[in-house]
Ligand binder design. Structure first.
Ligand code: NAD
Ligand code: MG
Length: 359
């Protein structure tokens, strides 16, 4: 097992990464302040891992809440179901929530923990690759609103993240690949040696070699933890984690949420951002090819869908949170392993990428 610590003073916490951690009660108990614990999961992950976790924690079935699966359920109504359960069972301020599942469960449960009696403790037990390398670390929690994704939320750091690599065995292949896109992102934005390691180990990751997965999760979390520690509330540096996401969000929204997994859309977006970086003279064409080639070997798409024309991209990109004064701002690459902060881009270059890249 590897343990990293996220350095946020009194809000800091350990991230444990290894195989079989769901059975290790000593990883959980230091972070549980009182008698009252509720494990929240969904009806896909629950049947696979809930029984084991309850046994580890010595909890009865009644200490669990099983929600329906899916991004559709990432709503205030679902958060309210957690509040109902907590209140009906008379959970007090020193109760602990445990989020067992992917990023959807982590975000919902984290937000419920942020709000219940003005904030209670929670532990992240991420079971998707995306959740292990991204959403469980950093303290962003929240739900969707009918008018926008992740529009209602709070910063609330977990007391611990316990990432059991063995849970990835049951993950559908597409979900695994989507997680790999975010892993590759860390190499691109700030860790060139990791990118080179990924070039050498991408097949091992796709075959779910436990050592390769554990290393990739650890290195990704280390990168995310360092960025978050430097900029907990996204005042500046944290924006680099958004590399490829402005194009990616446009694809997710433009094609209708759910058609492309987030990681798939981000993979395409990272290729577009790399192409644009090369057009602006920042990145070499050789590096653009390395990026496309690694993403393709990861089983990820690298060109935008034909249905997304330049106008569709521009329409969706105009509403990005990084924009200022009506100008589209993007994160670019200066080389593999070095991202720029968000910056305005010349309209002609952006349009050239949108018209030409992948067509
Ligand atoms: P998800 O939680 O929907 O999980 C994907 C699917 O895999 C679901 O059907 C889930 O039930 C299933 N699943 C989970 N673990 C499994 C396992 N071990 N075996 C088999 N099936 C399993 O999706 P995700 O990709 O994990 O997370 C996406 C969400 O994360 C989005 O809502 C996104 O907004 C959020 N997110 C948040 C942050 C953050 O910083 N808070 C960062 C990135 C993404
Ligand atoms: Mg992302």
């Amino acid at each position: 097992m590897k343990t990293l610590t996220i350095d946020l003073g009194e809000r800091g916490y350990p991230i444990h990464i290894g195989t079989g951690l769901l059975s290790q009660w000593d990883l959980f108990t230091p972070h549980i302040g009182g008698e009252q614990v509720m494990v929240v999961t969904n009806d896909v992950v629950g049947p696979l891992y809930l029984e084991r976790l309850l046994a580890t924690l010595g909890l009865p079935d009644e200490a669990a809440l099983v929600l329906p699966d899916g991004e559709r359920c990432k709503t205030l109504e679902t958060v309210n179901r957690i509040f109902d359960a907590l209140l009906e069972r008379r959970y007090s301020r020193n109760a602990t929530l445990v989020a067992l599942g992917g990023g959807v469960i982590g975000d919902i449960v984290g937000f419920a923990a942020a709000c219940y009696q003005r904030g209670i403790d929670f532990i992240q037990v991420p079971t998707t690759l995306l959740a292990q390398v991204d959403s469980s670390v950093g303290g962003k929690t929240g739900v969707n609103h009918p008018l926008g994704k992740n529009m209602i939320g709070a910063f609330h750091q977990p007391r611990a993240v316990i990432a059991d690599i063995a849970t990835l065995d049951t993950l559908p292949e597409r979900e695994l690949q989507a997680g790999i896109a975010e892993v590759i992102k860390y190499g691109l934005i700030r860790d060139a040696p990791f990118f080179a390691w990924l070039e050498a180990h991408i097949e091992a990751l796709r075959q779910r070699d436990p050592d390769a997965l554990a290393y990739a999760v650890e290195r990704s979390c280390r990168n995310k933890a360092e960025v978050v520690a430097a900029d907990e509330r996204e005042g500046g540096l944290r924006a680099i984690l958004n590399f490829g996401h402005t194009f990616g969000h446009a694809i997710e929204a433009g094609m209708g949420y759910g058609r492309y997994l987030h990681g798939e859309a981000v993979a395409i977006g990272m290729c577009q951002a790399a192409d644009l970086s090369a057009r602006l003279g920042l990145l070499s064409r050789r590096d653009v090819q390395r990026i496309e080639s690694l993403l393709a070997r990861a089983g990820l798409p690298t060109v935008p869908p034909a249905a997304m024309d330049a106008e569709a991209f521009l329409r969706h990109m105009a509403v990005d949170k990084k924009n200022r004064d009506g100008q589209i701002r993007l994160i670019l690459l200066e080389e593999i392993g070095r991202a720029t902060l968000p910056r305005p881009v010349p309209r002609e270059s952006l349009e050239a990428t949108l018209h030409e890249y992948g067509r």
